[in-house]
Design a protein around this ligand. Sequence first.
Ligand SMILES: Nc1ncnc2c1ncn2[C@@H]1O[C@H](COP(=O)(O)OP(=O)(O)OP(=O)(O)O)[C@@H](O)[C@H]1O
Ligand SMILES: [Mg+2]
Length: 587
Amino acid sequence: MPVISILPSSVADQIAAGEVVERPSSVVKELLENAIDAGATVIDVWLEDGGRKLIRVSDDGSGMSAEDVPLALARHGTSKIRKAADLVGVATFGFRGEALPAIASVSQFEIQTAATDGEGTSTKVLGGHIAPAERIARRRGTTVTVGQLFYNIPARLKFLRSARSEWRSAVEALTALALTHPGVRIHLSHDGKSSLTLPPVSSIRSRLAAIWGGRYAEDLLDVDDVAGPVHTSGLVQRPADVGTSARRVFLSVNGRAVRDAGIARAVEAAYRSTIVAGVRPSFFLNVTLPAEAVDVNVHPAKAEVRFRDRWTVERAVETAVRRALGTLDSAASLGFRSSFSFRTFEPLPNPGSEILRPQVDRDSPLFADGPVPAGNGGVRQAEYENVAAGQEVAAAAQPIPILFQLRRTYIGFEHEDGLVLIDQHSAHERVLYEQFVRTLESGAAPAQRLLLPLTLHLGPAEGEAFDENREYLERLGFEVEGFGGHTLIVNTVPMPHPRFDAERCLRETLDSLTGDRVAGTAAKHERLAATVACKAAIKAGDELSQGEMRSLFAALRDTTLPAHDVHGRSTIVHLTWDEVERRFGRR
Ligand SMILES: Nc1ncnc2c1ncn2[C@@H]1O[C@H](COP(=O)(O)OP(=O)(O)OP(=O)(O)O)[C@@H](O)[C@H]1O
Ligand SMILES: [Mg+2]
């Protein structure tokens, strides 16, 4: 007598249910997916007691004929694939033929369905036993009722959370489906009360508006970018809003809602240097790529996918989000709504505000990449020698408005939509940061050789910070000889602008490197660039000439993220005329 026996299908179904059906929200997900696979345009969902007592999903999809129902309830019964090859690029949510039998094996289950209006069947399943079908009259479509989930598996029942927490999880599952299919009308009710109505809409933004309100949706930035085979689209949070509300994350890959820690990290990487450490952005993104580049059959509940080339996908997502942040209009960061965008600055065709069309000021190299004339630097009186040749400043063809300095701290100008203020230190910091990152990634910066080298005596922690960052500091232009103990001889220094005080910058940089106060997600060279930029930038209180203001304006406009300094604060504040007029009581 053999010791091995094949398990009865009711037991096999229960085992499968262990993987597919974890809690009420898993049932909601499976039933919604089946409805969408059946081409439903209207779906109604009822829950009682957070789904623990009852889950009912009704759709107006294709329905099933009487002969198909027993097949749908049998393990591996599916209409969605026929052979293994169909798995590649499968366009339906379902393909395993497991969800219905698994759910039916752990609940008091009923399915009512009709493939044509009028003639339907109703089939009940209890404890894995399928009762004979009854004929019923109903419209085309399907209604599945799942009562008393896990009634026959006390061990699983014990693991269910409170009704409230199960309800929240079910709403999350429904939301994910609602976002992948904004065109489907969805209605949800709980304990007899209508709780969410989502009309059919054409965009993910409108869907978000229906779920979390128009204001929330409006504040998100569009993402739409193609990189090689990867198309990334959707919405992300403005950096200034990150951390101000609950974090919401939605990701779909080829139309399937999935979790993916790697992509979430790529999104976060895109925010580097725009948000403070420790907060994480909300995002709603769809990634599409060729079917053969993704394997969808790697997780029992299809909650994850496997990419053939994960690196490419993550970089594509990071670039797409980065671009979206780069085209950001800064105004919303302070709650002013407007279409102001630093990049597309179009001056007024207004005779009252004269438009200057300067080439970038050669006379004032404060913020240009070019060589600095020998002379009165903020370093010591020294003779300078260009160690590396500077690059030509790209001539800014775009006009620059009339600029004025306020409190020796802000640069102001008039704009078609209002008044704009730029924080001179933050702006310069952003300019230098990007310049330093470029330098660290590709070669060396122009540096100047000091006739009289600087001698610096460092404390042990600063000495260590120096040793750790030596290579990068040298690439930035600090050519240094160790001189025993923690004494440094500095032979060359960078020359980002004539007021630059190299000694102070190096001291302060080493001091703050010992504390490591810059955003944790940044790469090491980016951290260093941010630190040096902060120390090297002009300060509040520095008086600027017209020429200096103009070259800072032009340089800031050329950065990728002009509206943000490297600590996640705003560099630009925009006061709209609307706002001004409201304040004056003109509106
Ligand atoms: N709401 C529905 N409307 C029409 N047909 C349905 C519906 N739900 C299920 N079916 C039919 O029943 C079959 C079995 O459904 P089930 O969810 O068990 O498997 P699947 O969707 O094919 O694969 P998976 O287990 O991956 O979800 C489906 O292939 C489909 O033909
Ligand atoms: Mg299914």
